[in-house]
Ligand binder design. Structure first.
Ligand code: HEC
Ligand code: HEC
Length: 354
C-alpha cells in the first residue's frame, strides 16, 4: 500500500473515532448521492398538502433536529399531542416514536407524510406523484436505485430519508472525552459528581444506560413516570373496567389528548403498558428543551425536581421511580452532568461526511 494512503487511512480513522467517541460501532451509509437525496427530500416542503411543511419544520438541523416547541405544529397550524424528539443518533434506536409504534426508520418515515396533522398527504400514490412532477428527483431516484422512472415508489422516498437520518451521528461530548477518552480535565467537579449521582443515588442510569464501551443513555424500554398522566386519571377506572370486560380500547370514548397519554398501551393493548413511554437518549439534552413526550417540562432543573419528588403517583408508576431526597447541590450536579452530554457543535449540526 502506498505510504500516503496508509497515512490518510490512519488520519481518517482517528477523525471518525473522535466524532463517534462514546457511541457503539454502526454502519453509516456511504453513498453520497443517496444521502444528499435524502437530505434534500427532508428539507423539501413540496412533500406536504399545502407546500408549507417539511421534516425540517419540526426537526430543524439548527435546533438539534427539534422544533423547541412543547408539542409539534403541523400543517394549517394544527397542534399535535407530542413533543418532537431530536433525530441525532436515531440510527442507534430499535423502536421509534414515544410509544415505539414503528420498528425501523423506513417504516417511520412515511408516518408523518401521511399524518393529517403533520404533512397531510393523502396516500403513498400521492407521494409518488410529487416525485414524478420533479424531473430532478425522477432522475436522481432512478439513478440511486437503478430503476425505471415508473418504478419509483413511496418506499424509495422512505429509504433515502432513512439513509440521511442514519448519518446524523453525534458523540464525543465532554462526558465521552472524560469517561471513554479518560481525559479527567473534561468534566467540571460538579459534573463529575453529577455522573456519580446519575449512576447511584439518582438511579438514572437504570434506564438511561451507560455501558462499558459506549453510552446511548437509553435502554430502549418503556416506563410509566406519571408525566401527563393526570389527564387520564378521572377516566382511568372506567377505562380499565371496560378493557377487562373485553371492550376494544379503540372504541372507548377518549379525547385525542387522553388517548395520547396511554402511551405504549396504544401499541400493545396490554394494561401494564398504560402510560409508558420510551426512555429517550439524553445525548444533547441541553439543546432539546422542552422535555418529556408532551413537552410539559421546560428546563433540566425542573426535570430533576420531578424525579426528586418521585414522579407523579398513579397505579402504574414504575417501581424505579421514587423520592430521591437530593440536596440542592446534588440537583445542580445532576444538571451540570447532563449539560456535559452535548456533542461538539460540528458533529451535532452537520451529518458526518465521509
Ligand atoms: C409537524 C411536526 C413534524 C413533522 C413535519 C415531522 N415530524 Fe418527526 N416527529 C414529530 C413528533 C411530534 C414526533 C413524536 C411523535 C410520537 O412519538 O408520537 C416525531 C418523531 C419522529 C421520529 C422518531 C424519533 C424517535 O426517537 O423515536 C423520527 C425518526 C422522525 N420523527 C422523523 C421525521 C421525518 C423523516 C419527517 C419528514 C418525513 C418528520 N419526522 C416530520 C414531529 C414532526
Ligand atoms: C424507570 C426508568 C427511568 C429512570 C430511573 C429515569 N428516567 Fe429519565 N426518562 C425515562 C423515560 C421513560 C422518559 C420519557 C418520559 C416521558 O416522555 O413522559 C424519561 C425522560 C427524561 C428526560 C427528558 C428527555 C427528553 O428528551 O424529553 C430527562 C432529562 C431525564 N429523563 C433525566 C433523568 C434523570 C436525571 C434521572 C435520574 C434522576 C432519570 N431520568 C431517571 C426513564 C427513566
Amino acid at each position: 500500500m502506498p505510504i500516503l494512503l496508509i497515512v490518510f487511512l490512519l488520519y481518517a480513522s482517528t477523525v471518525l473515532a473522535d466524532e463517534r467517541l462514546g457511541l457503539p460501532a454502526i454502519a453509516v451509509p456511504q453513498d453520497k448521492a443517496l444521502i444528499q437525496l435524502g437530505k434534500d427530500v427532508f428539507n423539501d416542503t413540496h412533500f406536504s398538502a399545502n407546500n408549507t411543511i417539511s421534516c425540517a419544520s419540526c426537526h430543524a438541523p439548527e435546533k438539534a433536529f427539534t422544533d423547541q416547541r412543547a408539542t409539534a405544529k403541523g400543517i394549517y397550524g394544527q397542534i399535535g399531542n407530542r413533543n418532537a424528539p431530536t433525530l441525532l443518533n436515531v440510527a442507534f434506536f430499535k423502536q421509534f416514536f414515544h410509544d415505539g409504534r414503528a420498528n425501523s426508520l423506513e417504516q417511520q418515515a412515511l408516518g408523518p407524510l401521511l399524518n393529517p396533522v403533520e404533512h397531510g398527504l393523502e396516500s403513498p400514490e400521492y407521494i409518488e406523484q410529487i416525485i414524478q412532477q420533479n424531473p430532478d428527483y425522477v432522475h436522481r431516484f432512478s439513478q440511486v436505485f437503478n430503476i425505471d422512472k415508473d418504478d419509483i415508489r413511496a418506499e424509495h422516498l422512505a429509504k433515502v430519508i432513512a439513509a440521511y437520518e442514519r448519518t446524523l451521528i453525534a458523540g464525543n461530548s465532554a462526558f465521552d472525552q472524560y469517561y471513554f477518552g479518560r481525559d479527567r480535565s473534561k468534566l467540571s467537579k460538579s459534573a463529575a459528581r453529577g455522573l456519580l449521582i446519575f449512576r447511584r443515588k439518582g438511579n438514572c442510569a437504570n434506564c438511561h444506560e451507560i455501558s462499558m464501551n459506549d453510552a446511548l443513555f437509553t435502554d430502549n424500554r418503556f416506563y410509566n413516570l406519571g408525566q401527563g398522566f393526570e389527564k387520564m386519571e378521572a377516566i382511568l377506572p372506567n377505562f380499565i373496567a371496560a378493557i377487562k370486560q373485553g371492550q376494544n380500547p379503540d372504541d372507548f370514548p377518549l379525547t385525542a389528548e387522553q388517548r395520547a397519554e396511554l402511551g405504549r398501551f396504544n401499541v400493545t393493548h396490554a394494561l401494564q403498558d398504560i402510560g409508558k413511554f420510551k426512555t429517550p437518549t439524553l445525548r444533547n439534552i441541553a439543546l432539546t428543551a422542552p422535555y418529556m413526550h408532551d413537552g410539559s417540562i421546560k428546563t433540566l432543573e425542573e426535570v430533576v425536581d420531578y424525579y426528586d419528588k418521585g414522579g407523579h403517583k398513579n397505579p402504574y408508576l414504575d417501581s424505579a421511580i421514587y423520592p430521591l431526597h437530593l440536596s440542592a447541590q446534588e440537583k445542580a450536579d445532576l444538571v451540570a452532568f447532563m449539560r456535559a452530554l452535548t456533542s461538539e457543535q460540528e458533529s451535532a449540526a452537520e451529518p458526518v461526511q465521509e
